[in-house]
Design a protein around this ligand. Structure first.
Ligand code: GDP
Ligand code: GDP
Length: 436
């Protein structure tokens, strides 16, 4: 089931990114060098009262040198296209401006549920400033303060109430859903065409899907596959579809709907920051990952080329050390037959469950080999381990004090689990809980 999507819109400086950061909480990016850089992150998972959703900060979608009214209009359109619920944000200190009215007009025309948030209500005396916003016609305005964290609960309660009950587009559990992610021109569409050939069925108008999500369904050797949000096959036409941040947003949304993400690189080009960011999101989202190097026909090769390329990828994608790398050519179809078996394999690992007793033996052996860390004279004690989830495989360690499980020891245990059970291609999560 896909997660509901919430978008925040409003004119500049009303506090959208402040609220976005509040909503996503302490979900620090694992791969970003500088956490907390505003506007770097425009899309994230979030949670309220055990309901998971994704949130978009449309203010962070930079639409170039367009005049600001035009940018705002486009951001509102993106929110309408991409979101299930829209938070329309205004500034309680400034009252209604013509720009607010402009955004209202656009939102009114959509059929999406709108929650009106009046920000910068930093103390209760300011609640009077909220009432004039009733006249915008979106029902009861909710007073909040992004900088003080006030009213956030009321806001999210209102948002969650509007989540659709049916989110459609649910494929059979045994169907492997994957997406191809990568910069323009790396060969995503060519790969899709070469893999699927003529047998694809386009699945687009499923109830509950966003307007222009296009999936391709096909069957090979009795296994069903769906390629999510097929690259290059979307209807083009809207101005913002060519902007970089928007295409990143689409990629992140496709990742959310996938089991397996193919990170496609072009053998002729290097790896850039953008590739890392998107791959990092797949990792954080807990998706299985395969790195696909396309256009392998186009480069001069000797007996070292493959190893060197592999090393370069490993150096750049340190956090994806579990991801297999496949070298292919969509053009000559060279090694293309290796791709689906790898996808099958990582999808299987993504859903693998291991036996609790074997798992405990593996961990106890690991502890014998490399004793648990101590901190201020206290030693980490692991009592019991169990796998609590798949997609990705998630393990809970019951310990004396979760604080004692340092990153490096966790990493060590992860490697022991990988050595013992495989898990090639899938991230795994290890969580420490104090035994009660
Ligand atoms: P955006 O352009 O809509 O994303 O706005 P920002 O989140 O970047 O915030 C714009 C400015 O308003 C920043 O200086 C914030 O610190 C400030 N700000 C955000 N929320 C509040 C709030 O609740 N109260 C006050 N007083 N200032 C706020
Ligand atoms: P996308 O933007 O990632 O979907 O990339 P396309 O599939 O549209 O391909 C971009 C260009 O690269 C096209 O001109 C393709 O013909 C070319 N191309 C795609 N795959 C290969 C390949 O394996 N080898 C070579 N030499 N060219 C390729």
């Amino acid at each position: 089931m896909r997660k509901p999507v919430v978008a925040v819109v409003g004119r500049p400086n009303v506090g959208k990114s402040t609220i976005f950061n509040r909503i996503i909480g302490d979900r620090l990016a694992i791969v970003e060098d500088k956490p907390g850089v505003t506007r770097d992150r425009i899309y994230s998972s979030a949670e309220w009262l055990n309901t998971e959703f994704n949130v978009i900060d449309t203010g962070g979608i930079d639409l170039g040198d367009e005049p600001f009214l035009k940018q705002m209009r486009q951001q509102a359109e993106i929110a309408i296209d991409e979101a299930d619920v829209i938070i329309f944000m205004v500034n309680g200190r400034e009252g209604i401006t013509s720009a607010d009215e402009e955004v209202s007009q656009i939102l009114f025309r959509s059929k999406k549920p709108i929650v009106l948030a009046v920000n910068k209500i930093d103390n209760p005396e300011r609640m009077n400033d909220v009432y004039e916003f009733y006249s915008l016609g979106f029902g009861e305005p909710i007073g909040i303060s992004g900088s003080h964290g006030l009213g956030l609960g009321d806001l999210l309660d209102a948002v969650v109430k509007h989540f659709p009950e049916e989110l459609g587009e649910d494929y059979d559990d045994s169907t492997i859903k994957f997406s191809l992610i990568g910069r323009p021109n790396v060969g995503k569409s060519s790969l899709v065409n070469s893999i699927v050939g003529k047998e694809r069925v386009i699945v687009s108008d499923i109830a509950g899907t966003t307007r222009d999500a296009i999936d391709a369904k096909f069957t090979r050797d009795d296994q069903e596959y769906v390629i999510i949000d097929t690259a290059g096959m979307r209807k083009k036409g809207k101005v913002y579809e060519t902007t970089e941040k928007y295409s990143v947003l689409r990629a992140l949304k496709a990742i959310d709907r996938s089991d397996v993400v193919l990170v496609v690189l072009n053998a002729e080009e290097g790896i850039i920051e953008q590739d890392k960011k998107i791959a990092g999101y797949a990792h954080e989202a807990g998706r299985a990952v395969v790195i696909v190097v396309n256009k392998w026909d186009a480069i001069e090769k000797d007996d070292k080329t493959l190893r060197e390329f592999e090393q370069k990828i490993r150096d750049h994608f340190l956090f994806l050390d579990y991801a297999p790398i496949v070298f292919v050519s969509a053009l000559t179809k060279q090694r293309l037959h290796t791709l689906l078996p790898v996808i099958d394999q990582v999808a299987e690992n993504h859903t693998m469950r291991v036996k609790t007793n074997v798992l405990n033996d593996v961990i106890m052996d690991a502890v014998m080999m490399n004793p648990t860390p101590t901190d201020k004279g206290r030693r980490l004690k692991i009592n019991y381990v169990t796998q609590v989830a798949i997609k990705p495989p998630t393990f809970v360690l019951f310990v004396n004090d979760p604080e004692l499980l340092h990153f490096s020891y966790k990493r060590f245990l992860e490697n022991r689990i990988r050595d013992a059970f495989g898990f090639k291609g899938t991230p795994i999560r290890i969580v420490a809980r104090s035994k009660s």
